[in-house]
Design a protein around this ligand. Structure first.
Ligand code: ATP
Length: 296
């Protein structure tokens, strides 16, 4: 390649970058219907000197599925963990910017973190039930957080048992697991299949009445049938909850989500729009390349 060609290549790249930057403003303002459940403004995250999230602003609408996609290391999990302040537990993480939950800033000193994490539940890549019975897994958090009264009167009237039964049945039904486990509630959860364990973890999260469910690659360790059940479950949960799912699987994002945010290397949010638009007609060349497998 001679100098002139190099120059043209450089100019094309600059023009492309400029075009992306100009249109990017429009995407970030992608309007959600009504008040957003979560509103992120100018979020930056560093691990030591390394920046993992670069100035991200995004509104997440209520009762829908938002997919976060992008290549490995682009900051998807980091972003998810900011929403329930799980990154606070990472010693060298520094977070700057604002995240509002129903209009309330979650990065304020006096925030009740236990309450935030009850409202914003999380499901991880690998199912992680406790080595306890199915019943005790689902009831663990409601018992711990005082959802089930244990005063003497309640106990002798049998109300404690009834409340536990209601929470157990409701959560397992919502997680599409009840029919498979209703006759073995006292069996150890570790005896369930991987897909059942993941649905149990979802039931455990539902048992404390969350409003938002964060899912970090919830089906990546599962076979196709178990994956399909989790996908159906995610779609049905979005009738009542705001679901945000990180996935590497673009077909999965296309199947289950209402809107998709594409992160690219460097922790940048490159495009955010309705899922059909992202997959059928993305604005950004870089997003198109990523989706068609030419990059990432
Ligand atoms: N606890 C940590 N300490 C230091 N660096 C971290 C930590 N967690 C993540 N990182 C770095 O931050 C960047 C973003 O990581 P993150 O796990 O958020 O990306 P990701 O898009 O979820 O990746 P993957 O798809 O591979 O799970 C990476 O460079 C990663 O190495």
């Amino acid at each position: 390649m001679n100098d002139i060609e190099l120059n043209i290549e450089g100019n094309n790249e600059t023009a492309e970058r400029k075009r992306n930057e100009e249109v990017k403003d429009e995407w970030i303002n992608y309007d959600v219907d009504g008040d957003p459940k979560i509103s992120v403004s100018n979020l930056n995250v560093w691990y030591g000197e390394e920046r993992a999230i670069k100035d991200i602003s995004i509104d997440i609408p209520k009762k829908s599925v938002t997919a976060i996609i992008g290549p490995s290391g682009c900051g998807k999990s980091t972003f998810l963990r900011c929403i329930n302040r799980m990154n606070d537990r990472i010693r060298n993480a520094k977070i700057d910017g604002s995240i509002r939950f129903d209009g309330t800033e979650i990065y304020q000193n006096n925030l009740n973190l236990v309450e935030l994490r009850r409202k914003v539940g999380m499901v991880f890549q690998n199912p992680n039930p406790f080595p306890k019975s199915i019943r005790d897994n689902v009831l663990y958090a409601p018992r711990k957080h005082g959802y089930i009264e244990k005063n003497f009167l309640e106990k002798i009237l049998g109300r404690t048992k009834q409340k536990e039964k209601n929470i157990l049945e409701k959560s397992l039904k919502q997680a599409a697991l009840w029919d498979e486990v209703k006759n073995r509630l006292d069996d150890n959860a570790l005896g369930l299949s991987g897909g059942q364990q993941q649905r149990l973890c979802i039931a455990r999260c539902l048992a404390v009445d969350p409003e938002v469910i964060l899912m970090d690659e919830p089906a990546s360790s599962l076979d196709p049938i178990a994956t399909s059940k989790i996908e159906d479950l995610i779609v049905s949960l979005s009738n009542n909850y705001t679901v945000i799912v990180v996935t590497h699987n673009m077909q999965q994002a296309a199947r289950i989500s209402d809107q998709t945010a594409v992160f690219l290397t460097g922790g940048e949010l490159v495009e955010y729009d309705e899922t059909t638009k992202i997959f059928e007609n993305p604005e950004s060349k870089r997003v198109e390349d990523y989706i068609t497998g030419r990059f990432g």
